[in-house]
Design a protein around this ligand. Structure first.
Ligand code: ATP
Ligand code: MG
Length: 446
């Protein structure tokens, strides 16, 4: 993309309404625009990152054997009466009437609708296990929408639902989700720690939340510092292997890590003092096993192969796709702007032309642009007729991890400058070598 043809409404002023850095940078970098309280339009740069995150989520869900569907945002109240949640959900639910006076609602989550799909089409244990998921907009009329996309009223969420014959199978689905979430967050450059949590209004037995440590996080968390040394890395786990998934769960959840809702001071104090940590965290996902709560209420039963009919065991599993943009920025920025991890960056590399209009510099930039594009990478070429300082400022704010700077002086010596956004380190090298280096960095990522 050439910046002169793009739509990147970078703000010069610091937006006053933003209380935390991710919200401020998302506004300043022209990623989002508030439409009303807790509701945002996604501008091109923000939308690009949202799609990158969404793609990673889809890929990891599919890798785990989960199947994508899409359910409507507007649902009928009747289904929610069957489960008893229409009245129980409270004021967070946006209730709507259609022209016929029928009660509808904007989905805050979708256990009822997915259970209705299941009971209409699945009748036999032979069709299990089954996990259906979607990535869809949700609405919750939060009392205090704030921090931009972190606590919106409308937000984008991956919600997945497993259907299993037995509790044991459903617990395997739970473990499988935990494994796939570890992979998902790491691909986004995040460390998200599974913590024992409280089940809240969805109701359930087993549940973990995934938290990204950040000073601005809304949850208070308590953990054993050893947990932050754990990395999932590039392990190849067979998702059908119950024992392998259970082993990962044990490894990542056996050390103390809890939110304030489940915190147990006595247990915490059993950890050696130098390893005890109290911090704040951003919840970027949650997994639940809740047994037959919805299948009992809504009659989602299957033949068990022994002549009987049994309610299926279920769980639901969410990832805060839009919140993740905020969480990633909170975890990865400096005082000049955002620093995108390579896995989610909106463009792979920036190109800055120090002397727009100089025939040689223009040609070198276009040639770099073409070479990167030919390799399947997406560069953002700042070809505006602006001062170098302005171009650097924009590039730093929008946070592309790599930047190539091209100017007449370097070109005389046959070199351009390659700069790493995170470390600020630069090196001079021939254009072809800069391209090769960027290609290597993105191998297996882009
Ligand atoms: P919270 O405790 O933060 O209100 P929750 O536990 O009610 O969230 P879940 O039902 O577990 O949320 O939803 C799954 C994921 O969706 C959460 O882990 C979070 O990342 C994200 N999410 C929930 N509410 C919001 C919101 N208002 N704005 C943005 N993302 C949200
Ligand atoms: Mg939650």
């Amino acid at each position: 993309m050439r910046l002169s043809r793009y739509f990147l409404p970078v703000l010069k002023e610091t937006p006053r309404e933003a209380q935390i850095v991710s919200h401020r940078y998302m506004l300043q970098a022209g990623m989002i625009k508030q439409a009303s309280a807790g509701i945002y339009s996604w501008l091109p740069l923000g939308f690009k990152v949202l799609r990158k995150i969404e793609n990673i989520v889809h890929q990891e869900q599919e890798r785990a054997g989960h199947i994508a569907i899409q359910m409507p945002t507007i649902q009928s109240a009747d289904l929610w009466r069957e489960s008893g949640r229409y009245d129980a959900y409270g004021e967070e639910m946006l209730r709507i009437k259609d022209r016929g006076g029928r009660e509808m609602l904007f989905t805050p989550t979708a256990e009822e609708l997915v259970t209705d799909i299941f009971r209409a089409h699945v009748t036999s244990y032979k069709d299990l296990p089954l996990t259906l998921y979607q990535i869809q907009w949700k609405f919750r009329d939060e009392v205090r929408p704030r921090f931009g996309v972190m606590r919106g009223r409308e937000f984008y969420m991956k919600d997945g639902y497993n259907f299993d014959l037995t509790k044991e199978d459903a617990l395997h689905a739970y473990n499988r989700h935990l494994v796939s979430y570890l992979r998902t967050y790491e691909r986004m450059g995040l460390q998200a720690i599974p913590m024992r949590a409280d089940s809240g209004p969805i109701g359930g037995d087993d549940t973990h939340e995934f938290l990204v440590l950040a000073e601005t996080g809304e949850s208070e968390v308590f953990y054993d510092s050893q947990i932050t040394d754990l990395k999932f890395g590039d392990r190849q786990i067979d998702y059908d292997d119950h024992a392998a998934c259970a082993a990962v769960l044990d490894e990542f959840t056996s050390r103390y890590a809890r939110t304030d809702e489940t915190h147990d001071e006595a247990l915490f104090n059993e950890i050696p003092e130098e390893r005890r940590r109290t911090a704040r965290g951003i919840e970027v996902g949650q997994i639940f096993y809740f047994g037959t709560k919805y299948s009992d209420a809504m009659g989602a039963v299957v033949d068990d192969g022994k002549g009987g009919k049994v309610p299926v065991h279920m769980g639901s599993h969410g990832i805060g796709v839009s919140r993740l943009l905020g969480a990633i920025i909170e975890a990865s920025h400096d005082d000049k702007g955002i620093i995108w991890p390579e896995g989610v960056t909106p463009f792979h590399c920036g190109i800055i032309n120090l002397k727009q209009g100089d025939a040689e510099a223009d040609a070198a930039c276009l040639s770099l642009y073409d070479s990167l594009t030919a390799l399947g990478l997406e560069p953002l070429y700042d070809d505006r007729d602006e001062r170098a300082g302005t171009k650097f400022g924009t590039m730093d704010m929008i946070g592309l991890p790599w930047r190539i700077t091209v100017g007449p002086r370097g070109l005389k010596n046959g070199v351009v400058e390659l700069t790493c956004r995170r470390t600020g380190e630069s090196e001079e090298l021939p254009p072809a070598d800069a391209v090769a280096k960027i290609a290597t960095i993105y191998q297996g990522i882009a």
